[in-house]
Design a protein around this ligand. Structure first.
Ligand code: PMP
Length: 441
């Protein structure tokens, strides 16, 4: 049944939104099924972004809904401080089993931002228990997005997300991003040029001293700043330099984990194993909020060993809702769906079709680059003179009006459909974009 639109939109302070514009021109979503949202007026919107890169199995999946319903009736909440409930342990083992290498110790949070802050704290704790407490610097990357916690914005590399909020964590620093339009525009998949950009970490080691650096955090494929695919060899180089200097490497896989680029993790797909992986979004198919951090066993052993003996609690960190029973139930049902419908393999299998389709927009008006990996694409437009981001926002709004949901980040249109997408729906998305690009000045 369709819900009628609310009359009063004032009270909700909307995140990452131009509130005044929105409230004068609201776009509401009332229900969702499979590949589509429905508006309160009953219009169908093809979901080209899996919500916000998160509804990987498509909307309204019965088995997930049922698991949540059943769990709510059995055990609505249980603390996980000094107590536990069975699903938390089952889910940790399940997620750990999907991680590369020995990253099979899993901490739970409620969002990507919390997962990132958790990972950064675990890195600091790890060095401290090993007698390397001088390692407090956290290194991120320009154009990195690691959520909106104070840790996440300190290592994040997006100016507007940082500069209103004070100086950030002392000692945080940044590597250069890997976006190189001059050399790599219209590359399909990973670009050949750019591995050397990882060497900037050697520069930071020379500048600060390797023994002051706790961790480097990167998105293996940066999503929110416009789909920046790692150049061939770049992550391998970063791994090598981190290992050489005893620096932990964190992959922020909040977007890339759970099939987005055709494998359980980007680490698996790209063959580079970090020390810590952060996740969220697809872990529950977004039906209940959840974040998670997978750590190498040695990190868990070090922190839980020495620190626990000293204080009775090894890591003074956690959330009331860490491993919330409803999130665990949703996650277990989601992971069953991914397995039973082979959705990661499906994502990988569709990649060639996807790549050909999105690169078909290369001649589109304003288009200056197209990037892709897995079931993700970034279509970059030249900014409008004196109004960066305006063109992206216009394309987003026009597409919504024609029945396609995309994500605009500046003048880059990001596509990341649910992994159940059909080839015909990919064609529909590309045709809608081509039409709107042609009409946009
Ligand atoms: N890290 C990455 C790589 C992300 O893409 C996001 C969200 N887009 C976050 C962290 C933050 O996640 P959340 O919005 O759930 O806090």
């Amino acid at each position: 049944m369709l819900q009628s639109p609310p009359n009063d939109l004032d009270a909700f302070w909307m995140p990452f939104t131009d509130n005044r514009y929105f409230k004068a021109n609201p776009r509401l979503l009332a229900s969702a099924r499979g590949m589509y949202y429905q508006t309160p007026e009953g219009r169908e919107i093809l979901d080209g972004t899996a919500g916000l890169w998160c509804v990987n199995a498509g909307h309204g999946r019965e088995s997930i809904v049922e698991a949540i319903r059943e769990q709510a009736g059995r055990l609505d909440f249980a603390p996980t401080f000094q107590l536990g409930h069975p699903l938390a342990f089952q889910l940790a083992a399940r997620v750990g089993g999907m991680m590369p290498g020995d990253l099979d110790r899993v901490f739970f949070a409620n969002s990507g931002s919390e997962a990132v802050d958790t990972a950064l704290k675990i890195a600091l704790a790890y060095h401290r228990v090993r007698g390397e407490g001088t390692r407090t610097r956290l290194i991120g990357r320009e154009r990195g997005y690691h959520g909106t916690g104070f840790g996440g914005i300190a290592v994040g590399g997006i100016g507007p997300n940082r500069r209103t909020f004070g100086p950030g964590l002392p000692g945080s620093d940044h590597l250069p991003h890997t976006h190189d339009l001059a050399r790599n525009a219209f590359t399909r998949g990973q670009a050949a040029h750019g591995a050397h950009l990882a060497d900037a970490l050697e520069g930071l080691v020379a500048l600060h001293g390797g023994d002051t650096i706790a961790a480097v955090i990167v998105e293996p494929m940066a999503g929110s700043t416009g789909v920046l695919v790692p150049p061939i060899g770049y992550l391998e180089r970063l791994r090598e330099i981190c290992t050489k200097h005893g620096i932990l490497l964190i992959f922020d896989e909040v977007i890339t984990a759970f099939g987005r680029i055709g494998a359980a993790t980007a680490a698996e797909r790209l063959g580079v194993t970090p020390d810590i992986i952060t996740m969220a979004k697809g872990i529950t198919n977004a039906a209940v909020p959840m974040g998670a951090v997978a750590c190498r066993r040695g990190i868990y052993d070090a922190v839980t060993g020495a620190m626990a003996q000293a204080a009775g609690i090894e890591l003074f960190h956690g959330y009331t809702y860490s491993a919330h029973p409803l999130a665990c139930a949703a996650a277990l049902a989601t992971l069953d769906l991914y397995r039973d419908e082979a959705l990661f393999e499906r994502s990988r299998g569709l990649e060639a079709y996807w790549e050909a389709a999105v690169h078909g927009l290369a001649e589109g008006r304003h288009v200056i680059d197209i990037r892709n990996m897995g079931l993700v694409a970034g279509i970059e437009m030249a900014p409008r003179e004196g109004a960066p981001g305006a063109r992206g926002m216009e394309v987003f709004r026009r597409l919504f009006d024609t029945g396609l949901l995309v994500r605009a980040t500046g003048d880059i249109i990001a596509l990341s459909p649910p992994l159940i997408v059909e080839e015909a729906q990919i064609d529909t998305m590309v045709a809608a974009l081509a039409g709107v690009l042609a009409e946009t000045v």
